[in-house]
Each structure stands twice: as structure tokens, then as C-alpha cells.
Design a protein. Structure first.
Length: 88
């Protein structure tokens, strides 16, 4: 099982990359409306907060299954956010 430290780093890096892509879009398209990009950034931040809260949950019965579901949720959230960024 991977360490909790590595899982928190993965969450930080993946969602940080999504936010970075939004900022890159804003810089590349200065005349475009940035409200959609800001909404994606806000969604990434709230997803980060909820995933980190779930990492720190102490009332988990099966830790291995819990962390496996966290990784799957991170992947699905990141995929969804990147699709939104690509549609900008």
C-alpha cells in the first residue's frame, strides 16, 4: 500500500496541474471570458479540500479499500476537470 504522504502529494500535484492549466488558458486568451476558468479553479480547490478531509478521516474500518477509493475518486475528479478545461 502506498503511503498517505504520497497520496497527499498526488492529490496536490494533480489538482495543482489542473489549476495551472486554467491559468495558462487565461494567459493565452486574454480577451476571452475567464469566469468559466475561475469556476473550474474553484471546483478544483473544493475537490482538493474534500479529498484531503477524506485522507484524514480516522473512523475508517478498511483502510486499504478507503485509500483505493480515494485514488479512484481523484482520478475521476481530475479527468472531469481536465475535460472542462479542454472544452474552454
Amino acid at each position: 500500500m502506498a503511503s498517505i504522504k504520497n497520496l497527499k502529494k498526488d492529490i496536490n500535484y494533480v489538482l495543482g496541474d489542473v489549476i495551472e492549466e486554467c491559468y495558462f488558458y487565461e494567459l493565452s486568451n486574454p480577451s476571452a471570458d475567464t469566469t468559466k476558468a475561475q469556476a473550474i479553479i474553484d471546483e478544483a480547490i473544493s475537490s482538493f479540500d474534500s479529498l484531503i478531509d477524506r485522507v484524514h478521516a480516522s473512523d475508517v474500518e478498511n483502510k486499504k479499500a478507503h485509500f483505493k477509493s480515494l485514488k479512484a475518486d481523484l482520478e475521476s475528479v481530475a479527468t472531469g476537470l481536465l475535460e472542462k478545461v479542454n472544452n474552454l
